[in-house]
Structure formats: structure tokens, C-alpha cells
Design a protein around this ligand. Structure first.
Ligand code: FAD
Length: 471
């Protein structure tokens, strides 16, 4: 029997980061992962492959539609989909291999197999190669992540390639003529963008009356208009009730969310992107009295401890936004707690990014949330159309704005919402500011290099506490 300080079940961004941190703190650590590669959903079928396709399709779209604006003549632009998929696979392979190297470097034992709880201090591993291992450990961290939530009227068959989920959408081998994306959330809009840029006519079918409902509404409205200009078709307040694969096409029947007449339309490919749910199958939580909530999330206290004090849970399998960086922060905090330090995650400063073009990024409170909580605030905005770097970059690069929400009395930044080029990078300035309790004036008086997109951030802060210069 192997003896450990920490055994982590799951090798995604929550699990492998926790394992590395534990190794760095000198704890004897093992990481159990059943996929056969490390990196979890994020590296294998999530964040990274989707961004690889977003980058490739963006280059294609730029070459086809925008190079000529700069005087660049390239003749007929075509896309070799299999090469694009190869490039994506290479990126994933390189990064997952890199994590295996990092585990070795930090002396973390890596077990390839399915882990389950054999007791408060025991993990049993059914090895993929056959046989099993019993691990004895002082602490266990569950980081088993999430899986696609099925949508009963639209059963996914990734192998068939007609009705796919986000994993199947990463491997479509031919550009569909038309694509229905069921679900107007982050994953649907990102994957829809990939195939739209490559030539698909994409229709987003969303039950609610707007896209990404948790997002700041001013941003959502602008975002939807922009996607529409790019060729997206939206069917909001619409419910999918039936699907039928008929040879080369899929018939999707919808009705208004509030009930009414049904309509059937045919699509080449259908992407189901209606959400994800925690994955805890086969862990044996129930044998130890570890509770899950109504959405299947493992219940933990503020230190990520379950009802069994030696067992912790982090990442997508607990409450909170299903994001890789949130899982990583929790992994580090849980390990620091185990090692006797003060592990902590500030949930008010977790950014969210949509990697479309332009990108959309947010951190902190939305205007709707502040109104709801009766918090008085100042609002500063600055459009990228007035930012010199955005204007110099390329046609279409100056769409969007930065919006800062700051407390009316203290000027402390409470929320940042950006739609624009590189918004996903720029949001880090807002996160850092919020972590350190910055006021909008603090940021406005911080020198920003010229010409940069981040000057728009500074000017939005100027607008929040006084006046911008360039607008
Ligand atoms: P996971 O990454 O799901 O990892 C859990 C791992 O545990 C899995 O590899 C699984 O095989 C393993 N496992 C499960 N049970 C067991 C067991 N019993 N024994 C052994 N191993 C087990 N997030 C972002 O922040 N940015 C993005 O841009 C982004 N893009 C995304 C795009 C797509 C298409 C998808 C699907 C997701 C995206 N996400 C993104 C979400 C992100 O992938 C998840 O939030 C993140 O992976 C969660 O990390 P985790 O470690 O909690 O779980």
C-alpha cells in the first residue's frame, strides 16, 4: 500500500495544479486521472482546442475578408480543414505532455486509471492498463470536473457527426452548410464563431430572451448586434422540442419558450451547447456521507472541505463558475489549507472571457446586480472607435467599448465589462485593480503606454471619476 499526504482524483486544471502545488510544498502527492492524458476537459476538449480553432478560423476569415483592406492580395483563400485539425491536435498533445513533465518535476506520482474513495483516507485506482492500486493518504482532493448535460430531445452522437456536443464540434471534418447551435452561452458562441468564419450559416437557438444571461446587459446587447453583423442568425425565446436525423440533414422542431406553434427547420449539423454538469460518477461519495446539491455539485465549506474533514473538492464538481482558472485557484487554496497556510479564493474577482471576435470579458458586478443590491455607482465608458491603436490595427478592430463601474462614494472599482479586441488580456488589469481595492482614479492616474488598447481602459476609468480626454 502506497502512503501519501495528498491524493488528487482528476488531472484537469483544478487537479493537476493542486498536485503540482502540493509537490512544491513538499507533500508526498499522487494524481489519479482516467483519461489517459492530463489537462482534463480544458486541455483535451475544452479551452485549448477551441482556442486553436478560433485562431485558425480567425486567420482564414481575416485573409479572406480583411487582408485586401491593407493592400494585401492573396488570391483565392481556401481552408484545409484536416490541417487545421492537425494543428489543434499538435497543440493539445504538446501541452498535455508538458503537464506530465511538470508532475514528474515536482515528484508527483501519476496513476492512469479511475479513482474511487475506499474510505476517509483511502483511494482505490482501477488502472486503465488492468489491475488496481490502493493508495493510503492523509488527504484527498476530488477534482473530477464536469460533463456535457444531455438535452433529451436532441441526443448527441459525436461519431455520427450530425448532432454533436462541444467535443464533437472540435472534430467536424467538413464545413457544414448550415449549423444550429442550441444554447447561446459561451461555448455555443465560440464554437459557432469557428464554423461561421469558415462559411457555415449559423443559427443560435436560445431559450432565454438574450445571450449569456448572467452578463452585463449593455454588453450582451452590443455583442448580439455585432455577431448578427457577422452573419449569425438568432432565435431567442425559443425551445427545441424534437430532433430527427434524416440522412444528411437534421430536422429541428422548435416552439416559443412560452408555448405556441411549432416550426421545423433543417440543418446540416446541430451543436448542443446547453450546459455542463458535475461529474462524480463512481467516486463512492454516498458511502462516506458526502452530500451533493440538487445540481449534483459536491458540497464543501469555505475551505473546500466536504463533510469528511480529510476529503476536499474543487473545480467544476463544486459550486461556482465552471472555468479553468477558478478550478486552479481553488486547487491552490485547498492545498495551502492542507499544508497549514491560509488558502483563499476571492470570488468577486474571477474574470470570464468569451473568445469570439471581438472578445468579451467581464469581472465583478454587472449594472443589473448593482441596481438590485441598491449600490450607487458611477459608470465610465470608452469606445474602441476612439482608441488609436484599435483604429490602426485593422478594419473592424475598433468595435466595442470598455465600461467601468465604480462605487459612487469611495470610487472603488466594482465591475469591469469589455467588448473589444484582446478584451481577454485587458480584463487582467481590472482583476488586479479589484484585488488591490483600486479606485477608478487610481487606474486613470496610472501611465499607460501609447498607442495601446489598454489606454481605452484608462480613459474609461477617467470617465468614471471625471472626464476622458479622447472622447
Ligand atoms: P476537468 O477539466 O473536467 O478535469 C477533470 C478530470 O478528472 C477529467 O480529465 C476526468 O477524466 C477526470 N476524472 C473524472 N473522474 C475521475 C475519476 N473517478 N478518476 C480519475 N479521473 C477522473 N474554461 C475557461 O476558463 N476558459 C475557456 O476558454 C474555456 N473554454 C471551454 C471550452 C469548451 C468547449 C469547454 C467544454 C469548456 C471550456 N472551459 C473553459 C471550461 C473548463 O474546461 C473547465 O472549467 C475546467 O476544465 C474545469 O477544470 P476541473 O479540473 O474542475 O475539471
Amino acid at each position: 500500500m502506497q502512503q501519501y499526504d495528498v491524493v488528487v482524483i482528476g488531472g484537469g486544471p483544478g487537479g493537476y495544479v493542486a498536485a503540482i502545488k502540493a509537490g512544491q510544498l513538499g507533500l508526498k502527492t499522487a494524481c489519479v486521472e482516467m483519461r489517459g492524458t492530463l489537462g482534463g476537459t480544458c486541455l483535451n476538449v475544452g479551452c485549448i482546442p477551441s482556442k486553436a480553432l478560433l485562431t485558425s478560423s480567425h486567420h482564414f476569415h481575416d485573409a479572406k475578408h480583411h487582408f485586401a483592406d491593407h493592400g494585401i492580395q492573396v488570391g483565392e483563400v481556401t481552408m484545409d480543414i484536416s490541417k487545421m485539425l492537425d494543428a489543434k491536435a499538435k497543440t493539445v498533445q504538446g501541452l498535455t505532455g508538458g503537464i506530465e513533465h511538470l508532475l514528474k518535476k515536482h515528484k508527483v506520482d501519476y496513476f492512469v486509471g479511475k479513482g474511487s474513495l475506499s474510505g476517509p483516507n483511502g483511494v482505490s485506482v482501477a488502472l486503465n492498463a488492468g489491475g488496481s492500486e490502493s493508495l493510503e493518504t492523509k488527504n484527498i482532493i476530488i477534482a473530477t470536473g464536469s460533463e456535457v448535460t444531455p438535452l433529451p430531445p436532441v441526443p448527441v452522437d459525436n461519431a455520427g457527426g450530425k448532432i454533436v456536443d462541444s467535443t464533437g464540434a472540435l472534430d467536424i471534418s467538413k464545413v457544414p452548410t448550415s449549423m444550429a447551435v442550441i444554447g447561446g452561452g459561451v461555448i455555443g458562441l465560440e464554437m459557432g464563431s469557428v464554423w461561421s468564419r469558415l462559411g457555415s450559416k449559423v443559427t443560435v437557438i436560445e431559450f432565454m430572451d438574450r445571450l449569456c444571461p448572467a452578463m452585463d446587459q449593455e454588453l450582451t446587447k452590443k455583442f448580439q448586434t455585432t455577431l448578427k453583423k457577422q452573419g449569425f442568425n438568432f432565435k431567442l425565446k425559443t425551445k427545441v422540442v424534437k430532433s430527427e436525423v434524416n440522412g444528411d440533414s437534421v430536422a429541428i422542431t422548435t416552439e416559443p419558450s412560452s408555448g405556441g406553434d411549432q416550426v421545423t427547420e433543417n440543418y446540416d449539423v446541430v451543436l448542443v451547447a446547453t450546459g455542463r454538469r458535475p461529474y462524480t460518477t463512481g467516486l463512492g461519495l454516498e458511502n462516506l456521507g458526502i452530500q451533493t446539491d440538487r445540481l449534483g455539485r459536491i458540497e464543501v465549506d469555505s475551505h473546500f472541505r466536504t463533510a469528511v474533514p480529510s476529503i476536499y473538492a474543487i473545480g467544476d464538481c463544486i459550486d461556482g463558475p465552471m472555468l479553468a482558472h477558478k478550478a486552479e485557484e481553488e486547487g491552490i487554496a485547498a492545498v495551502e489549507t492542507i499544508a497549514g497556510f491560509a488558502g483563499h479564493v476571492n470570488y468577486d474577482a474571477i474574470p470570464g472571457v468569451i473568445y469570439t471576435f471581438p472578445e468579451v470579458a467581464s469581472v465583478g458586478k454587472t449594472e443589473e446586480e448593482l441596481k438590485e443590491a441598491n449600490v450607487e455607482y458611477n459608470k465610465g465608458t470608452f469606445p474602441f472607435a476612439a482608441n488609436s491603436r484599435a483604429r490602426a490595427n485593422a478594419t473592424g478592430n475598433s468595435e466595442g467599448f470598455v465600461k467601468i463601474l465604480a462605487d459612487k462614494k469611495t470610487d472603488k472599482i466594482l465591475g469591469v465589462h469589455i467588448m473589444g479586441p484582446n478584451a481577454g488580456e485587458m480584463i487582467a488589469e481590472g482583476v488586479l485593480g479589484m484585488e488591490y481595492g483600486a479606485s477608478s482614479e487610481d487606474v486613470a492616474r496610472t501611465c499607460h503606454a501609447h498607442p495601446t488598447l489598454s489606454e481605452a481602459f484608462k480613459e474609461a476609468c477617467m470617465d468614471a471619476y471625471d472626464k476622458p480626454i479622447h472622447f
